[in-house]
Every structure is written in structure tokens, then in C-alpha cells.
Design a protein around this ligand. Sequence first.
Ligand code: FES
Length: 145
Amino acid sequence: MSKRVASRDKAPQNLLVALKEAQSRHGYLPHDLMREMAESLDVPVNDVYGVASFYSFLAIRPAGRNIIRICKSLPCYLKNSQIIIETVAREIGIGPGETTPDGRFSFELTNCIGLCDRAPAMLINNDAHVDLTPEKIKQILKNYE
Ligand code: FES
């Protein structure tokens, strides 16, 4: 086995570690930085984008000051999470995957966040909000500037 092949075998682990470090340094993963990372780790740039966009804890765009993550998994879906998603989208004026122009909110859908017994549920930053109803959403959002 050549040195180059051995180095490529470690690339996925090194890549994830490098992406996590870059994310904590910059708050997200700028495109130029991902290109440089691909060169230095000797992996295709598409692999870097693939990993960066796969993990929900990695962001390829600057995130808002507050990150809303609504659970889209089945137990929450069965408790009308779609109505919650629509209500949040209407209140903040953006859809999932977007950030408000003023940088106040980023909005994401996520898999189970471990609050199924109190579905539908969402996280805003590290705060859990459960047993959601459309009526609760407006009040909750007021707490995040
Ligand atoms: S399914 Fe929504 S929190 Fe678990």
C-alpha cells in the first residue's frame, strides 16, 4: 500500500475533525475554506461539501443568531408538526434551510431530538420547546432577539 493510499484512508476521519474545528472557529464553513481543506487533505472538494452538508451540526452558510430546529420525524409528524413548521415559516418569513435577512433566525428541520413523548417539539439554540401549538409559537419566538 502506498503512502498516498494510506493517507486517503484516514481522510474521512480527518475531514470531519477538520470541519468541526473550522465550524467552531468561523461559525460556519466558508466555501474557500472547504476548497483549501480538500487540497490539504487530498480529497475531492465534492467529498468535503458532501460531508459538510450531511451533518446537521455543520453549516455551509452563516447561521442566524438563533437556530430553530423543528423535529420532522414520525412521532412529531403524527402530532401535527407540519402545522408547527408552517406556523414558524409564516412568523419569521422564511422556509427550512434559510436564514432571515436580519440574521435573527436560521430555520432547519431535523430528525428526532429525543422529546417524542412531548411531541411536537423543537429546539431553539439549546432550549427545548415541547407540546407545541400554533398559538405558542408567536410567544416563544418573542424571546429570541
Ligand atoms: S420524533 Fe420528534 S422529538 Fe422524537
